[in-house]
Design a protein around this ligand. Structure first.
Ligand code: BYC
Length: 482
């Protein structure tokens, strides 16, 4: 059956590709049809600013193991933002919490409605936020390959917004529809109606920030989606499972993006036997370290407090699990377990120190997830250090201490150095410029951001990628500019 929406003449059965039998639910279809133009006008006004004819994009067309994605040059406005849930396992049972062993929920239980809606709204809010943060980057892309990757990330974040909006519309009635509208009204960095989580109100003004963001902040997305994939609410679980597939590309953009910046810097350092690469059009290692410090610490905040009753309740109720829940060798209820979390010991006294304290395992679950994330972040740092080692350089990059530059959780009230030394406000004021990007650093990085929109060419501050996209060479015409 083909449904044609009044007025626009758009064929929505075609326009909203889906594997949820949308055409069988006219009420839902109409609700999403009326949200779609609002989404498109948000995309026009808050999405990528660089005018393009078309972009070589991957579009999700199915969820199967083979051939879920289709590559083609498409005008971005015509990208087919679809609704895809991983296939349903009819026998799926809840894997943790007080409902463990019961069949997964196909509807939202009344008693958990508010919490589930809140989790979905927070997740949904981050997706358009990142598109807003990245909207001006096209104008300074270091190559057509990078430009295409930026746009790929952007359209997929748009699709992830669709995924959450589908859940809100399909399962939360009128307040779900209202929340879906609000997702388009809040804006990154807005004074009146900012995005919900801190990191999504920061600027992404240059490509080093973009690569750090896709490495560190998108990786929070990977871990949060990983916990929501465990959810007892099956539609949420299935949508997150499929989102994780797309997320892998965003991780790749971040990891290889930073690889290539480090590689270029290392090349010039070796070539000129000097650390002073700024004048040679590259980004000095200490500056890379400062950007890393900033994006990592801001992303650590996205895991919430070291101890949290919210997360304990989410877990017990079955709404949000742990990373790799099924591989954990415990009772998956944790009611009697304890866990060591990072903490400020003797806070507010002269003996104040950074250490650990034992709490109930349930309230420590944000720390548990943060630690999984930190271990994963370290893998990237090891990669970058391998590039430096292979270039014969002694310098190394490093993740700062978990207490460094935190605005949320146990360390929000103190200042700590990247080595975990507690500092007075004065010392912090005096020394933070050694660890976080200063105006001088930002000005240098921005000065390098001159667009290279010519096929096969690349900016001075970054090495070309080792591989192109979908088997295409680096000098492929990934984007046709308008
Ligand atoms: N900024 O109990 P607490 C992604 C609030 S990224 C501002 O310690 P909880 C993506 C918190 O809401 C993944 N506020 O923490 C990446 C609470 O407020 P109320 C996004 C913050 O609730 C790149 C209060 O502080 N998905 O997908 O256990 C590109 C006390 O919180 C922040 C999710 O996050 C902050 N950083 O955990 C595109 C999953 N942190 O209740 C996409 C859904 C905490 O006092 N969200 N607060 O009003 C959650 O699971 C949890 O809400 C959080 C916080 C992990 C965010």
């Amino acid at each position: 059956m083909t449904t044609v929406a009044g007025g626009t003449g758009a064929d929505y059965t075609e326009k909203i590709p889906n594997n949820v039998d949308l055409h069988e639910d006219r009420r839902l279809q109409r609700a999403l049809e009326s949200w779609q133009p609002n989404f498109l006008s948000w995309w026009e006004s808050m999405g990528p600013t660089l005018p393009t004819q078309d972009v070589y994009l991957r579009t999700a067309v199915n969820v199967g193991r083979e051939g879920w994605a289709h590559f083609d040059h498409v005008p971005m406005r015509d990208y087919r933002w679809g609704i895809f849930l991983a296939e349903r396992d009819p026998g799926r049972r809840i894997g943790f919490g007080q409902h463990m062993g019961e069949p997964a929920w196909q509807q939202v239980p009344g008693e958990y409605r508010a919490e589930l809606r809140r989790l979905i709204v927070i997740q949904g809010d981050t997706e358009p936020a990142s598109v807003e943060q990245q909207r001006n980057l096209g104008a300074t892309a270091p190559s057509l390959y990078d430009l295409r990757n930026l746009f790929q990330v952007n359209v997929e974040e748009g699709r992830h917004l669709w995924a959450m909006v589908y859940l809100l519309h399909a399962y939360f009635g009128r307040d779900g529809r209202e929340e879906a509208e609000e997702l388009l009204h809040r804006n990154s960095g807005s004074a009146d109606s900012p995005r919900i989580l801190g990191a999504f109100n920061e600027e992404t003004p240059d490509w080093l920030s973009f690569f750090m963001f896709t490495y560190f902040t998108d990786r929070d997305g990977k871990y949060q989606l990983g916990t929501l994939k465990e959810s007892a609410f099956d539609p949420l679980s299935r949508t997150c499972e499929f989102m994780l597939k797309e997320e892998a590309h965003h991780m790749m953009v971040g990891t290889t993006g930073v690889d290539r910046v480090v590689e270029r810097t290392a090349q010039l350092m070796v070539e000129h036997d000097s650390d002073e690469v700024a004048a040679r059009g590259a980004i000095p290692l200490p500056m890379i370290q400062k950007y890393l410090n900033f994006h990592y610490s801001v992303s650590l905040d996205l895991f919430g407090g070291e101890t949290s009753t919210n997360v304990a309740n989410y877990y017990t109720a079955g709404l949000k699990g742990r990373w790799s829940e099924d591989r954990r060798k415990d009772d998956h209820k944790l009611a009697d377990d304890a866990y060591l979390v990072d903490a400020l010991i003797d806070a507010g006294t002269s003996k104040q120190s950074i250490g650990q304290t034992e709490v109930s395992a349930l309230t420590g679950l944000n720390t548990d997830l943060r630690r999984e994330y930190i271990a994963d972040c370290q893998i990237g740092v090891n990669r970058w250090n391998k590039i430096l080692a292979e270039a014969g350089l002694p310098q190394r990059l490093k993740l700062p201490h978990v207490a460094f530059n935190r605005k949320v959780g146990a360390f929000a009230g103190i200042e700590a150095s990247p080595d975990g030394e507690i500092l007075s406000a004065d010392e912090w004021q005096h020394r933070s410029g050694q660890w976080l990007p200063t105006d001088v650093d930002k000005t240098h990085v921005r000065s390098l951001m001159r667009p290279v929109h010519e096929r096969g060419k690349i900016a001075s501050w970054i090495a070309p990628p080792r591989n192109g996209i979908n088997g295409k060479p680096f000098d492929y015409e990934y984007v046709h500019l308008a």
